[in-house]
Design a protein around this ligand. Structure first.
Ligand code: FE2
Length: 385
């Protein structure tokens, strides 16, 4: 594969690097008694007090029955700009999560009645708190305790006595991870909505995008791409034709070959698609797939006439799979052909329309069936569409 399968996909993780925690001011002391009397509901990481000024400092819930350690933690966190609430048992902790919606939970393991492991299990059992960061605090140092905590669903584990800089670094890290997850979920929703929109517009290609996402991920896997790259390819495959939203319906559904003017308009769809996806923060990694999925290995494709290895690998994969899918399914102007005939055409176009290294991998993948031990990413996205 070597040079041909050069990795030209940007790293999908890079956007997460910009995530950062906020906060610069101190806050009041919310002890256990004060917490019980707190009546306000909190619906996000920012609050709107009576004065009308939003407070977007992160809220950390400290669940710790040792008063001196609890106060120490609160003081440390508040000096770092977090707001804090402290409770001294697991039941009160669960109630505080429900009522005050903290951004992160510091949870002592050795709590009375319900221990920290059980508390974190209950947090994870509630669908609303799947991504709430939970850091366990304990004096226990046995590996079994660590494993039990992580199995229960904790994000991290800190043993007492802990170093303050380490605690603060773990908190920042857990908050960054959560922010990245939230952004990913938002991006997934936007991608799913856009993919649905394009399929609603072009009913002849219904399910086409999902088939494509699966096939493209299978081919990418056979080509040795990483899970992150496969995820980017699956996103790109789902949205490759989103630009058709901007193409007149009469052209998309014309029951015959397009004339020159109509083709000119149709060839705009990769550029329109790129414009539509550009505002999606997480979309940056798959924009090249949307723009270049109609480029050809020999340079005679569109919109930019890129050739060979100059075409991003994800676009080469989606372009091949897209062409195969079009060959094997009916279109308004022609009846789909059989798989064997389509594979012959893929073989014949290797080095012309298609990447000559990808074509045989694709043929082997189709002929060999789905014998790859592959969990197709992004599974959540694919089921959401
Ligand atoms: Fe297309």
């Amino acid at each position: 594969m070597g040079q041909t399968l050069s990795r030209s996909l940007p790293n999908a993780r890079s956007y997460a690097a910009n995530a950062r925690s906020k906060g610069a001011m101190s806050t009041g002391d919310y002890g256990h008694t004060a917490l019980v009397s707190l009546g306000h509901a909190r619906h996000s990481s920012s609050t709107m007090p009576a004065g009308g000024v939003a407070d977007d400092r992160r809220l950390v819930l400290v669940v710790e029955d040792d008063l001196s350690i609890g106060r120490l933690l609160q003081g440390l966190l508040e000096r770092e700009g977090y707001r804090t609430i402290r409770v001294d048992n697991g039941e009160a902790g669960l109630a505080a999560i429900d009522r005050d919606r903290p951004d992160l939970v510091l949870l002592d393991v050795g709590l009375p009645r319900m221990d920290g492991f059980e508390v974190v299990r209950r947090i994870r059992a509630d669908g609303r708190w799947q991504s709430l960061p939970v850091i366990l605090l304990t004096a226990r140092t046995r590996t079994e305790d660590l494993v039990t905590g992580l199995d229960a669903g904790a994000d991290d584990f800190l043993t007492k006595p802990f170093q303050h800089p380490e605690l603060l670094a773990r908190i920042r890290s857990a908050l960054r991870l959560r922010q990245a997850l939230v952004r990913m979920q938002q991006a997934n929703s936007a991608v799913a909505a856009l993919a649905n929109a394009v399929e609603a517009k072009d009913t002849m290609t219904e399910r086409h995008c999902q088939r494509l996402a699966n096939m493209a991920a299978r081919l990418g896997s056979r080509a040795g791409l990483s899970v992150i790259e496969l995820e980017v390819i699956a996103y790109g495959a789902l949205l490759h034709d989103v630009g058709k939203i901007g193409i007149p319906e009469a052209i998309l559904t014309k029951p015959g070959p397009l004339d020159e003017h109509e083709w000119k308009l149709m060839r705009e769809h990769p550029i329109i698609g790129e414009r539509i996806c550009a505002p999606l923060g997480a979309a940056m990694a798959f924009l090249p797939i949307v723009r270049h999925h109609h480029e050809r290995w020999d340079g005679r494709g569109y919109p930019d006439g890129l050739r060979a290895g100059g075409i991003p690998i994800g676009a080469r994969i989606v372009g091949l799979v897209d062409a195969f899918d079009a060959m094997t399914h009916d279109r308004p102007y022609r009846i789909g052909r059989g798989v064997a005939g389509a594979l012959e055409e893929v073989q014949g176009e290797a080095g012309r329309q298609f990447d000559p290294d990808l074509a045989p991998l694709f043929i082997a993948e189709i002929q060999g069936g789905t014998d790859l031990d592959l969990e197709l990413p992004p599974s959540a996205l694919l089921t959401a569409v």
